[in-house]
Design a protein around this ligand. Structure first.
Ligand SMILES: [Zn+2]
Ligand SMILES: [Zn+2]
Length: 303
């Protein structure tokens, strides 16, 4: 007989002293149940034949359940908490973490119950209701982001269109007049437009209470005749005690007998600057920002 000691000297240290026979007295292929004290600290019963076939501690390999060591409740307390009451009398202490048996689970987050194998749960499969919900939430988030992006693009497009429109409008003296009228109306003083009134010829913008007028003088179309007409207007204002402020082009003729403020170019900054100067000369503080007030000015222009 070839003894267990002879064939497996490396396993002999786990041979429990409580066994009646020693490893030198039992055949290596015996089917006699022997008690083993594993180096892992567990105690179990196995035949020398099985041990010789590389079978180790059944608790460490989860082939057997040892409550408090390798049962589901000990290995995965978080899963044991989700063990449904529907499973009773079965308890999570009775099964290993890799059991293929299906059981009911009650989600600790949403409270829904579903059926799943213990092994699948140990591998990390969670509540199907929560998974579906978070998928739906992710979709919703994506939809929202998409809509927000579209809205932003639409806004940006509108701003771009408005910017182009403003650039076009700034070249138009009719629009400039509308801008001056818009801010004049905001002063709180009464203001009349293009009325003959005081001096016998029309003034573009006239403040009776302030005894002041604003004229926007573009390049004179008919040369000498226009120039004489505008100069006559200056004289009449001067004689009537009306303070006349003219906005003239950067390269335009500078008039006498009135105040002249130059408009440097077609930019919005130039217009803001010039109008601020004009209202300063009228001693009316005015916060002028044509770009900011563009929508309102357009509406004002429309009515
Ligand atoms: Zn063990
Ligand atoms: Zn859930």
């Amino acid at each position: 007989m070839r003894s267990f000691l002879e064939i497996h000297p490396n396993l002999v240290s786990e041979w429990s002293p409580v066994n009646e026979l020693g490893p030198d007295q039992v055949s290596y292929g015996s089917n006699k149940p022997i008690i083993w004290n594993g180096v892992c600290g567990h105690t179990w019963t196995a035949t020398p034949k099985n041990r010789g076939n590389n079978h180790g501690c059944p608790y460490c390999s989860s082939n057997k359940i040892l409550v408090g060591v390798n049962d589901l409740a000990s290995r995965h307390p978080e899963l044991a908490k989700e063990w449904s009451g529907k499973n009773l009398p079965a308890m999570p202490q009775q099964y290993g973490e890799f059991s293929n048996k299906p059981f009911w689970w009650k989600c600790s987050k949403c409270g829904n119950e579903w059926l799943a194998r213990i092994a699948d749960r140990s591998e990390g499969h969670g509540c199907p209701f929560c998974v579906a919900k978070s998928r739906e939430e992710r979709w919703q988030e994506r939809r929202n982001a998409k809509q927000e992006l579209l809205a932003t693009r639409r806004r940006e497009h509108l701003i771009q269109v408005r910017q182009q429109q403003l650039t076009r409008d700034l070249k138009d003296s009719g629009f400039r007049i509308a801008v001056i009228r818009y801010y004049s109306a905001l002063t709180g003083f009464s203001v009349v437009y293009d009325q003959v009134g005081h001096i016998g010829i029309p003034l573009q913008i006239f403040f009776p209470e302030k005894c002041a007028a604003i004229e926007l003088t573009s390049h004179l179309r008919e040369g000498w005749r226009d120039w004489r007409y505008e100069n006559a207007k200056n004289w009449l204002c001067l004689n009537s005690g009306i303070k006349l402020i003219r906005i003239i082009p950067q390269t335009g003729y500078k008039f006498e007998n009135c105040k002249c403020v130059r408009l440097k170019n077609d930019s919005v900054d130039a217009l803001n600057y010039t109008l601020t100067q004009v209202f300063k000369r009228l001693k009316i503080p005015m916060d002028i920002d044509v770009s900011r007030d563009y929508e309102k000015i357009r509406r004002y222009l429309a009515c």
